[in-house]
Design a protein around this ligand. Sequence first.
Ligand code: FAD
Length: 497
Amino acid sequence: MSTIAVIGSGFSGLAASTYLGKAGYDVTIFEKNDQIGGRAREFQENGFLFDMGPSWYWMPDAFETFFNAFGKSAVDFYDLKQLDPGFQVFFGNKEIIPVPAGREALRELFEGIEAGAANKLDAFLEEGAFKYKVGMQNLAHKPALSIMEFMNYEVVSGAIRTHMFRSMKSYVRRFFKDPRLVAIMEFPVLFLGAKPSNIPALYSLMNYAALELGTFYPMGGMHKIVEAMQTLAVANGVKIRTGSNVQQIVTNNQLVTGIKTQTALFSCDAVVATGDYHHVEQALLDKPHRNYDNAYWDKRIMAPSSLIFYLGVSKKIKKLIHHNLFFDRDFDAHAMEIYDNPQWPKEPLFYVCCPSKTDPAVAPEGMENVFVLIPLAPGLTDTEELREKYYAIIMERLESECEDQIKDYVIYKRSYCINDFVSDYNAYKGNAYGLANTLSQTAVLKPSARNKHLDNLFYAGQLTVPGPGVPPALISGKIAAQQVINQLKPVKHETLV
Ligand SMILES: Cc1cc2nc3c(=O)[nH]c(=O)nc-3n(C[C@H](O)[C@H](O)[C@H](O)COP(=O)(O)OP(=O)(O)OC[C@H]3O[C@@H](n4cnc5c(N)ncnc54)[C@H](O)[C@@H]3O)c2cc1C
């Protein structure tokens, strides 16, 4: 039986290994950290349970597709709750707009802000539905090894009709004028890690996902997804070795023959590397076998890093709901400080997740679990003093916008920033979400899912196809698994469902 080594236990590593386990291979995951889940780890402190990374559960169909492939459904593992409102936006001067679930309520909200916007919303979401279908059910599943994979009449004609290659910025403004509606429609782009002017309008599929399909939350926290995937992986024979830092991918001519951890050499017939792509190539592979050199990586536009605060607050904060966006300062100025002129932002926008509004399990009774995230340019100098400076700025804004005293009630606080992304995940420049989804970094223009010199080395994860985010990471794992199967010839199945 062929033996596969998977480097990394994030969503892409867990997905790849489970598909491969089911296909009959002998699969072992090697994870450097003591806990699995990668960027979606969790920790518990003083009665608070914190998800460390992702907090938005979008595209439930993508999770369902994954679980269905193993005869399961998300409900077999966790209770999925739809949030209504899905999120709210603080626009400054105490103006807060909750964005409801459901088309009728959304139409009412949009029409109340801008005359005629309800019908425009319908048109926007109709095009979004097409992009979602083509993007998530078709394009996202391609290994993107050749442009020919995308030469399909429906895709090409639809791309032109729905302005897929236009910028998100101009696309949104074709429909809406009011700056608050523009901000609501542009915000999902934050997850794709580029300025709306640099992201193709293909990604208005994210608006469709957020507004039409809805925002969900797995009770118990996002780590429940990791636990569910672990259960499935183990049920499919996958072995998981935590605390196993891979230090070298061992090669012989055109083949990988094994991997070396700090303690052992492990022989295998193929490797799926899901740690950050730059690290895998630059630190684990010898130079002649790398797909890309440092000059290539220097030119990539990385998605942002983040400064995060995990806070335990010993009271309830009335004005917060589960997801809160603080757009009370200039979006463009902050975006410039992330992408054009990288520096610590003068007046940052930020996001606050308060899962204790939905889930009593994540904070002691009468208290709040608060996760604050400020997007930052990757590669900035990260010091304790800077973190503290931004803590003070954010606390003041949070207290003012929520009209509540919060700082004095913080009984637990932990910060997490660029240096932590580097040391915990070997993240290039401390990126949080991988590579930005700009047009010049989409599909075949992303770092390749296959090594060009070694026939049995494959890549998965947020730096290769289809891109950053939990649903794309699940798909990325499946793409890599299919590549392995095609290369090694299947033990049981030819095509993954
Ligand atoms: C703060 C934050 C918020 C986010 N919010 C959302 C959200 O709300 N919704 C959403 O959909 N997405 C969100 N994302 C993105 C999403 O979490 C990621 O795209 C996804 O989790 C990436 O999974 P992955 O498998 O590609 O990588 P990772 O999760 O990074 O997994 C890679 C693994 O490889 C391991 N590794 C690296 N090097 C080695 C080595 N040498 N040896 C052994 N192991 C190694 C790492 O330790 C890690 O566990 C967020 C990300 C962050 C950081």
